[in-house]
Ligand binder design. Structure first.
Ligand code: ATP
Ligand code: MG
Length: 457
């Protein structure tokens, strides 16, 4: 380990004060008591001899804590002397005390379920093997909500060094980095490169950093640099697709569970199953009467099943209750075009205002060839194999595609949760959710620019 120098510390030579409690005095006394030379201590602590000398002379009043810990360990000090040394860092140490991140947001509605996920994620965050965890899954599945719940639950364990950076509105990497610095409560120097400022602010700190909604931002390089330079930082990101960084632990966020399948589920089952419980929670905030009759319970279950257990879709469906009956909502949800356009609660971010807006967020992030392929897939009814896709793509492009090219892009669409993949008797089958098919069909003409977008083969 090498000592960390700041410009201020390198500057003028200063003689240590005579008070026996200065850091320099304490270190020198402890070293002399241990019969060590500066060179021996330097070697044992993995610090330069010059560093030891500067600390003892008071040139460095505030070495960083890891450096001091190495010194204390090398001197094999009793606890009270070690504590005294760690507490004796000079006034600059207090001035350089890490900033406290901005307080975590408090959601407007209670969290339903997710105990299992929270426990598993807390275990992963604490494990020394996992530095980067990505919560991934389709839009509205509850990635951000789960990340915030986890951050809140771990705030004390991390000594309030937990920062949650909401990045959905960041237009580019610089805006994201500025937002990160602001969340850390660090003054941003606009005329300096941003990434070193972040690394300076985080180096040596034990922190949990949550970067929420990064799918549209080119942050991979910065994330790798940050994790490499700041070994005590744990990074949790949320995204609709994995970052594909080495060491990334991908955690798939799944839909809320539905009640067990039966014709007329009991009211108790509706209250308890997470998906229907979320529907009820949202509905009960509306000025409507919703008795849990057998018929209503059946309709609520149907609606949540049509919403595929996706929290955002369930909240949207429930918010329609001011103008529609349960049966009408279920009927509308069977028509993918209508359900794409239904608007949810007014305070939702633009991306969550409708199901269409949520799908568009993912679609707009696709490269042109993947957009084209998704539109092609939407012309196929039912499920399909990759061979069928290849044949159709070859026909539509006049032979501009290769089977490998198709397989690669199909895989990418699966990874981005726009296409479903399953194994069936040793065969891989693909399918589109009805609302994704309806969305893709409504996009511009399939043949438009076909050969241009397939230039890559
Ligand atoms: N477990 C839950 N309990 C209660 N509400 C939830 C839960 N999970 C998600 N929600 C609600 O569902 C909506 C969508 O959740 P969230 O924003 O976390 O989705 P997301 O997966 O991050 O979506 P996106 O990919 O668009 O960012 C939010 O209004 C959120 O409050
Ligand atoms: Mg999110």
């Amino acid at each position: 380990m090498s000592i960390m120098w700041t410009m201020e510390e390198r500057a003028p030579y200063r003689v240590a004060a005579t008070s026996p409690s200065t850091l320099g005095e304490l270190v020198r006394n402890a070293r002399v008591s241990a019969s060590m030379t500066q060179a021996e201590l330097a070697e044992r602590a993995g610090i330069s001899e010059r560093g030891i000398s500067d600390i003892e002379r008071g040139v460095i009043e505030s070495p960083n804590v890891p450096t001091l810990r190495s010194l204390v360990a090398a001197l094999c000090l009793p606890d009270h002397t070690a504590r005294a040394i760690l507490d004796a860092r000079g006034p600059r140490a207090r001035r350089h005390r890490p900033s406290v991140p901005q307080p975590l947001r408090v959601p407007l509605t209670p969290l339903i379920d997710r105990e299992h996920e929270r426990a598993e994620l807390a275990r992963l965050v604490r494990s020394s093997d996992t530095r980067l965890i990505s919560l991934i899954g389709p839009g509205g599945i509850g990635k951000s909500r789960l990340a915030l719940a986890l951050a809140t639950a771990l705030d004390r364990a991390f000594n309030h060094q937990v920062a949650f950076v909401a990045l959905e509105d960041a237009a580019d990497a610089s805006q994201a980095l500025v937002k990160l610095l602001q969340t850390l409560n660090v003054t941003v120097s606009r005329d300096q490169p941003l990434q070193p400022q972040i690394i300076d602010a985080l180096r040596g700190r034990a922190m949990l950093l949550v970067l929420d909604n990064v799918e549209h931002l080119p942050l991979n390089g910065c994330i790798v640099d940050l994790l490499t330079a700041c070994p005590n930082v744990r990074l949790l990101i949320t995204s609709r697709h994995p970052l594909r960084i080495r060491g990334e632990h991908q955690f798939l966020v799944t839909p809320l569970a539905l009640p067990k399948a039966c014709w007329f589920p009991e009211a108790e089952a509706i209250e308890q199953a997470p998906a229907t419980a979320l529907f009820l929670q949202t509905a009960r905030r509306l000025p409507i009467d919703l008795p849990l009759t057998p018929l209503n319970c059946a309709d609520i279950t149907t609606i949540c099943r049509l919403a595929e257990g996706v929290p955002l879709r369930i909240e949207h469906a429930a918010s329609l209750l001011t103008t529609r009956s349960l049966a009408e909502i279920a009927r509308e949800m069977r028509d993918p075009l209508t359900c794409l356009r239904d608007n949810g609660p007014a305070d939702l971010p633009e991306r969550h205002k409708s199901l269409e807006a949520s799908v568009r967020w993912s679609y707009d992030l696709l490269p042109a060839d993947e957009q084209w392929l998704l539109r092609l897939l939407a012309t196929i009814d039912g499920d399909f194999s990759d061979e069928v896709v290849y044949r159709r793509a070859a026909m539509a492009t006049g032979g501009h595609v290769s089977p490998h090219g198709i397989a690669e892009r199909l895989g990418s669409l699966v990874e981005k949760h726009l296409v479903n993949r399953r194994r069936e008797q040793e065969q891989t089958r693909y399918s589109l959710a009805d609302h994704i098919r309806a969305f893709a069909r409504a996009q511009s003409d399939l043949c438009q620019h076909a050969s241009a977008v397939w230039a890559r083969g």
